[in-house]
Design a protein around this ligand. Structure first.
Ligand code: GLN
Length: 500
């Protein structure tokens, strides 16, 4: 096997090429070799990056052997044949610990696979490990992990974003070409932006949540990370579609690639309320997106200026709805059924209280308190019901916007990756990392973050494409067309994987 990050390394090809080589019996590249190469990179880099909480060589190699055996038997092992896959540690992989980066789930191993994981594996992917996250996916930096922060491969003194920071860092560093994450308010798109890769928040209901540990069930979606739109699409295509185990899934047109849209005639919307040029530190992000808008106009696209006044309320609305649902979802962690149990409890009540006090971290407790308060009698109307009404009205504003344009274009985050520790003592500053992402979850619409160059510090920036319900296939077509037009795309961080 080549040196870890040698030029033309097999892991630094597109997923389509990688899988095609594994499926081609006349090519000597086996799934076991690809998986072995990913495991070697993880072993060399994880101490530094802490992208993985747990590496699963036995699982990955067993899956790789099955892929290689299928190839030898003349069967088709699937479109992701032999492709190493990193899985956020709030998704169930049987035989591997499922921690949600929380002490309360210590020693819990799930018996079955999340539907998204099972489908990716059925398509030939091999699970190389479970990635770090903010505890129960609550956060924007991966610093809320009970097991220590992940570092950004572009600058290891900075955060990778969150909550799926481990998955984003793993893909950006070339440790795995694909990763699964979850996005409740931005947790796929924000780390994708901060790590210079592609991340997709699918339409609510496209991907099964079965086997995803619930945070806020009306907002949560599982989605892919990849170095290119084509790679992310390959994973999304493998995991999408209705599932009897999740009643909120429904049939939608597949995200399969179609003819790339012509940029001439495209109507792209710029939402006044998403302009971050006046936000402290936001000038670079807006300027990068403006550069792409100029290229679009030069290619014949039409600009549509829009105002969606309700998006200014999306952070307050989200911080009622998400904690309300979380306070209910997290009630199941009581020290009885899963994970951590307090030793010195002398009554059922104190067993619950102590187990939860010892098991949950500060941010999770804060959310449970906010959510319980927002749902309590006398306050539910003032908070939860009002937030739900605002959410419905916000959805209507997006519907109206998509009558006037095909896609909305904004930055993904106001700033590039911030320093480790910079926002840890300021929950509100952390919440504001998601000002440009939470509205898509509230409205249930898809959004994709793609690389959009670097800021003045040389750190990656992201551009976000928003579309109507079911349009993520088109968003990915457009992402590919934009990358071709602008030349913007993944650039490996110094010292890590080569170009995909
Ligand atoms: N950062 C947001 C939060 O802390 C979103 C997290 C997510 O999408 N899981 O809730």
């Amino acid at each position: 096997m080549d040196a870890l990050f040698a030029p033309n390394h097999p892991l630094d090809q597109s997923v389509a090429v990688m899988a095609a080589r594994v499926r081609d019996r006349s090519d000597s590249l086996s799934a076991q070799e690809l998986v072995g190469a990913a495991l070697a990179r993880i072993e060399a880099c994880n101490a530094d990056l802490h992208a993985f909480l747990c590496v699963t060589p036995e699982i990955a190699l067993e899956q790789a052997r099955a892929v290689d055996a299928a190839v030898q038997a003349g069967q088709d092992p699937g479109p992701l044949a032999g492709v190493p896959l990193a899985v956020k540690d709030n998704l169930a992989v049987p035989g591997a610990p499922l921690t949600c980066a929380s002490r309360i789930l210590a020693n819990y191993t799930p018996p079955t696979a999340a539907t998204s994981v099972a489908r990716a594996v059925a398509a030939g992917a091999c699970v190389v490990g479970k990635t770090n996250l903010d505890e129960f996916a609550m956060g924007s930096s991966t610093e809320n992990s009970a097991f220590g922060a992940t570092r950004n491969p572009y600058d290891r003194t900075r955060v990778p974003g969150g909550s799926s920071g481990g998955s984003a860092a793993a893909v950006a560093a070339g440790l795995a070409p694909l990763a699964l994450g979850s996005d409740t308010g931005g947790s796929i798109r924000q780390p994708a932006a901060l790590c210079g890769i592609v991340g997709v928040k699918p339409t609510y209901g496209r991907v099964s949540r079965n086997g995803l540990v619930a945070f806020a069930s009306s907002l949560d979606q599982v989605g892919p990370f990849g170095r290119t739109a084509a790679d992310a699409r390959a994973l999304l295509q493998a995991i999408e579609g209705p599932d009897d185990a999740d009643a909120t899934t429904r049939a939608m047109p597949s995200v399969a690639a179609s003819t790339p849209p012509s940029l001439a005639g495209l109507r792209y919307g710029t939402v006044r309320e998403f302009d971050v040029s006046q936000v402290p530190g936001g000038a670079d992000a807006e300027a990068a997106v403006d550069g792409v808008r100029a290229r679009l106009r030069a290619a014949g696209a039409t600009a549509v200026d829009l105002s969606l006044p309700l998006v200014t309320g999306s952070i307050p609305v989200y911080y009622i709805v998400a904690p309300a649902e979380a306070s209910s979802n997290l009630a199941r962690f009581d020290g009885v059924r899963y994970g951590h149990r307090a030793h010195d409890a002398n009554s059922l009540e104190s067993l619950y209280a102590r187990s939860r006090d010892e098991g949950f971290g500060t941010e999770v407790k804060r959310r449970i308190l906010i959510g319980t308060f927002a749902l309590s009698s006398g306050y539910a109307d003032a908070y939860y019901k009002r937030a739900m009404a605002a959410r419905t009205a916000l959805r209507a504003q997006f519907d109206a916007a998509f009558k006037r344009c095909d896609v909305l274009i904004s930055a993904t985050t106001p700033t590039s990756a911030f320093a480790l520790g910079e926002k840890s003592d300021d929950p509100l500053a952390m919440y504001l990392c998601d000002v440009l992402t939470v509205a898509a979850n509230l409205a249930g619409i898809p959004a994709v973050s793609i690389p959009c160059g670097r800021d003045s510090r040389g750190l990656p920036l992201g551009l976000q494409l928003w579309g109507p319900v079911g349009s993520e296939g088109r968003l990915l077509d457009l992402a590919a067309a934009l990358a071709a037009e602008t030349g913007l795309g993944y650039e490996a961080p110094t010292g890590y994987g080569g170009p995909a």
